[in-house]
Each structure stands twice: as C-alpha cells, then as structure tokens.
Design a binder for this molecule. Structure first.
Ligand code: SF4
Length: 458
C-alpha cells in the first residue's frame, strides 16, 4: 500500500507540473465542456431526468438478485449461454475454453472497461491469440503499448501531433498525417481484421432484465462489426449493469450520451438479443454472456456504498474533478480513475490496496453535481476515509497531531501562547514535507493579528 501511495505522490508531483500534459488536457476537457453544456439543453428538465434515472438505479439495487436471475433466464431463452464469474480467473478460464474449442486465432474487441479490469489482451497474447482494439482511441493506446487514460476517452492525453508521430513510427504514415488520413488508414486496417476474426469481445452498457438483451452504445460502428461478423461473441458485463426494462433505455441512453460526449444520443445504439436466428443474415452463431462480479458484491454488501453501483460510466465526474485535471489518468494506477475510481477501487478485486485514493480529493463536490445518476461521490469519499481511519492502527501519530491541532485551533488564546519562533521552526522541519517545496514558505508573524488589533497600532 505504501509503495502505491508513494508512486501516486511521485507521479502526481511530476504530472501536475508537466506543461504539455496540462495543455493537452485543458484543451480536450475544454472541448468536452463546450459540447456537454450545449448537449444538456436537449433535456426539457435535466434534473428531473437525473432524479428518475437515480430512482431506477435504486430500484435495481433493491431487486438486484431478482433482476439478474430474470436477465439470465431471458437471455438463455434467447439462445445465449450465460456464465457467472466471481473473479478474473473465472472469466479467463471461460474464455480460454472457448478459444480452444473454437480454434480462435484473431479477436476483435469493442471498447470495454471490464476487459481492462481483466487484462484480457495480455491473456490472449499469452494464448497466441491476436487481439485488436477497434475503437479508435483504444486502438491508439494499444498501439502505443498503453492502457486507457480515461474511462470514456482512452486517448484523451494525446495530441493530434503525437498520434501522427505514433502512426509514422508504427505504420510508416507520412509525418504529421491529418486525423482524417489516420482514421481512413485505421478503417481499412481494421476492416481486414473484422473479416478474419473468429471471435468478438464486447462489454455491456446495460443488461435488460425484461428481455434478456444487452444494450450497447458507441460512435464509430466498430461495435456493430464486432458483434455481427465473427462467428462467436463474448459479452463480459459487470453485474451492476442490469436495468429492469427495455423502456428504461429511453432515459439512460440520452443521459449517458449527453454526459459522456455532449451528444443527443450516441451514433450507434444496439440491442443484442441472442445469436443469429435462421432468418437473419448477420450475427454470431454463438453468444456467451459472462456476468462478472470482481468485487461488486463487496460494494453491494455495504449499504452505505450502494450508490457507487449506480454508475453508468459516463466519465463526467473525471472531467469535472480538479484533481484528475491536474494529475491525469495514469497516476491513479487503477482501471477506474477520477472520483468514481477513488471510491470503488478499494472494493474491487486487484485494487483493494488503493484506499488512499479517497484522500486524493478536495471534496469540492463538483463530481456529485455533474453525475447523471446523482451519486453523492464526495460523501462516499468521506465515508471511505472514515472507514480507513477507523480500521487503521498505523495512524497513531496522525490522530495525535489532529487531536492537538483541533485543541489549539479552537482556542485562540492557546494558539497565541505558542511563540512564533516555535511555529516557524515546526513549519520548516515537521511541516515542510506537507507544505511542499513549491509554495512560498509559510512564515508566522511575530505577533498575532488579534494582538496587533488590540494595540491599534495601524
Ligand atoms: S459516478 Fe456518475 S459522473 Fe462518474 S462516471 Fe459514474 S455515472 Fe458518470
């Protein structure tokens, strides 16, 4: 834990003062802000829509098990195979068996954060299977050997110049190629992969219990090719994605689109209800849905943390967060970053030691303000902080410090009794590390303002 916390601090220090990083992020988030501000006007009453979405998600959590069982029953009725996976190993075992039985050598993937949790590309590579990310942003980060920087905008940290340089290095495209040229190249490169892939892998934006269908939303059409061309399709979905009815998409799709990218609705919205039927031309012959826990049950078991399971992964809280904007996505060292990542990571498999992220927040509440399903993120951060402090026995010094700090700060007379020389001494020794090397030194006046005021010497 200590190491990851130290890495976090060291990275934060570096990234926050990286001017290039700041310039790119400010520009990209600025574009996002403009689009979202405009997009929010599509709603007649946005607040009411958020309220309704929040209530539906509350209902989902009340009826969590029943809805999941209903989804499973209806998905099986549609001809899907449904598997339950508690941890990453279970998912990978299921995928490994399918790869072997279907003789899979090439996989095309639609953008999916769950697959990042599972590090599927690494697993496929070890099993001699070529995997291609087909969302342009994901394709770029895969090419660069990186992970997604942001849950919705994986290449947000890259400028168009750096992307052109990458394509020059990897594919020999003209230096400084324009985005249109790069996009055209990727389109034909991936078309070939879509045609030859034996298997497609997608995540799920929503699992519709009523119909046993998977709701998917995307902007590039790569998802449609991923689930309609390869003969086998695997859908890996976090169990929190379940919603009660098809009609709920009426609310969730526009909310997700507006908060994710500022669009009225995303360009391609698909509802997958099983493998290809005899009368259909396209679609997989086999569709396997893996319902993945990966720590979500731990969140579910904690009543206080229920709201965190309402997240629809729109990314709005990341873009609004002053900390994220300063330290960027990679500093977190987790799949889910920003405020929602800080809240959930300590409950998820593989990142249980990331509780310290809850302290990486100014608690300004902007994340809560922008969340389309009204998750009180800043309150959840505080609840987690409380839990961490309560359960930790290594914080004795900190507790001692804050008890005394409170004692002195609440009584002016007590504070004034300490000689300023000692205050300055404390700041240049014990306090120096906390204050940091980049701020002007904090120097206490010889006399307090209160005493000066009493003498009326000004
Ligand atoms: S917590 Fe809310 S704002 Fe953040 S990603 Fe989830 S739904 Fe979006």
């Amino acid at each position: 834990m200590e190491n990851k916390a130290k890495i976090f601090q060291a990275k934060s220090e570096k990234v926050a003062f990286d001017r290039d990083h700041r310039r790119i992020l400010t520009y990209n988030i600025g574009q996002y802000d403009k689009a979202v501000t405009k997009g929010k006007h599509f709603f007649y009453d946005l607040n009411n829509a958020r309220e309704q979405a929040s209530k539906i998600k509350d209902y989902c959590l009340q009826e969590f098990e029943q809805l999941l069982v209903r989804f499973e029953r209806n998905a099986r009725g549609n001809g899907c195979e449904v598997e339950w996976a508690s941890g990453a190993d279970d998912v990978l075992k299921i995928i490994g068996k399918i790869i072997a039985s279907e003789d899979v050598r090439t996989v095309v993937k639609m953008k999916s954060m769950v697959s990042e949790e599972l590090e599927i590309n690494c697993f496929l590579e070890k099993n001699s299977v070529e995997a291609f990310e087909t969302d342009l942003g994901e394709f770029i980060v895969q090419l660069a050997g990186e992970k997604p920087y942001h849950i919705l905008t994986p290449a947000m940290h890259k400028s168009k110049e750096s992307v052109a340089e990458l394509f020059n290095q990897k594919f020999g495209l003209e230096p400084g190629s324009k985005p249109e040229v790069i996009t055209g190249f990727v389109r034909s490169f991936l078309r070939e992969k879509f045609m030859s892939a034996q298997m497609g892998i997608t995540g799920a934006n929503f699992l519709i219990a009523e119909t046993g269908s998977v709701g998917l939303t995307e902007n590039e059409g790569n998802g449609m090719l991923t689930f309609s061309w390869p003969k086998t399709l695997i859908v890996i979905a976090g169990i929190e994605k379940v919603i009660p009815e098809l009609v709920d998409l009426d609310l969730f799709w526009p909310l997700l689109a507006v908060h994710g990218t500022g669009q009225h609705v995303t360009a391609y919205n698909s509802i997958l209800s099983g493998p290809r039927k005899e009368t259909e031309g396209d679609g997989p012959d086999r569709m396997v849905i893996i319902l993945f826990d990966g720590g979500r049950t731990r969140l579910f078991q904690d009543l206080e943390m229920h709201p965190a399971l309402k997240c629809i992964r729109c990314g709005a809280c990341l873009n609004a967060c002053p900390i994220y904007k300063n330290i960027g996505g990679y500093t977190y060292q987790t799949t889910y970053t920003g405020p929602i990542g800080s809240v959930i990571s300590m409950y998820m498999d593989g990142t249980a030691d990331m509780g310290f992220l809850n302290f990486a927040s100014s608690l300004c509440g902007k994340c809560t303000d922008v969340c389309p399903v009204k998750i009180p993120l800043h309150k959840l951060l505080l609840i987690n902080r409380h839990k961490i402090v309560e359960s930790s026995d290594s914080l004795g010094v900190e507790r001692f410090f804050f008890r005394n700090y409170k004692k002195y700060m609440l009584k002016r007379r007590r504070l004034e009794r300490i000689n300023p020389k000692w205050k300055n001494k404390a700041m240049t020794t014990i306090g120096a590390k906390v204050w940091g090397p980049r701020r002007d030194p904090l120097v206490f006046a010889k006399e307090s303002f209160h005493k000066t005021w009493k003498k009326k010497e000004f």
